[in-house]
Design a protein. Structure first.
Length: 252
């Protein structure tokens, strides 16, 4: 006679490449003082246990109500192609089959930003940003966003490493654009093309009170302790190019 063992999962996390939005197959490691993670065959990292959830996990059929709590963890890429990030998750997740959000069977997605040393394949446009404070000291953990000028529409993003350097690989930058032929064009003439240039504006956000690694979720959420700035000068990208901008963020 075989024993039947059932255990409730607390949720799961999928690790994504911040450029492609696809799951990364890198050698990632989860670190947490409170949560225990296990990698599944699908590549999702299952949350197996959390403090005070022992009875909840074992009560597979009808778990008793339990207070929602936030738990912190870090994700580290052991190949160092991506920077580590900090993140949080609220437990328990929603176990109702009719739930629309926060479902226990839907893993949350956490994107890893590129490390400055990440090998880059052909077809990417690269934006490198150096961030320092008012005293010239490099700032780590800065969320660097590439925005469409005059809007808050994000084209791409990255995070500054411990040396203050951020790498933002960008896909989808147009290589060529059509030239306006002007008034009364020759109907038989071929359409003219020229190299395309794409302007972006850089925006910086950091919480200098928080330890390394940064938590992009909290930086995006805003708050009183955040320092922000937007570069006043557009940066021009060309497909396959490599541009660099040094910026100063006043932390005083």
């Amino acid at each position: 006679m075989l024993d039947h063992l059932s255990q409730r999962t607390l949720g799961g996390v999928t690790v994504l490449d911040h450029v492609t939005g696809r799951p990364t197959s890198r050698q990632v490691e989860f670190r947490s003082d409170s949560l225990e993670f296990a990698r599944t065959n699908s590549g999702i990292f299952q949350i197996k246990s959390a403090p005070d959830f022992e009875g909840y996990v074992k009560a597979f059929q009808s778990p008793a109500p339990i207070q929602i709590s936030d738990f912190s963890y870090e994700i580290h890429d052991n190949t160092r192609h991506f920077l580590p990030v900090a993140s949080t998750i609220s437990l328990p997740r929603n176990v109702s089959p009719d739930a629309v959000s926060d479902r226990v069977d839907t893993p949350i997605e956490v994107e890893l930003p590129s490390a400055p040393s990440r090998p880059i394949a052909v077809g990417y446009t690269l934006c490198r940003v150096s961030v320092a404070d008012q005293n010239g000291v490099p700032i780590q953990g800065v969320l660097v966003q590439a925005l469409k000028p005059g809007t808050t529409d994000e084209i791409a993003w990255g995070v500054s490493a411990q040396n203050g350097e951020a790498l933002i690989p960008i896909l989808g930058i147009a290589l060529l654009k059509t030239v306006d032929p002007g008034p009364d064009p020759d109907p038989g003439a071929d359409e003219e093309l020229t190299s395309s240039q794409t302007p972006i504006r850089l925006s910086l956000t950091v919480d200098a009170t928080q330890p390394w690694p940064a938590n992009p979720q909290t930086l995006r959420a805003g708050g009183g302790s955040l320092k922000t700035m937007t570069d006043t000068t557009n940066l021009t990208l060309t497909a396959g190019g490599n541009v660099h901008r040094a910026l100063t963020l006043d932390l005083s």
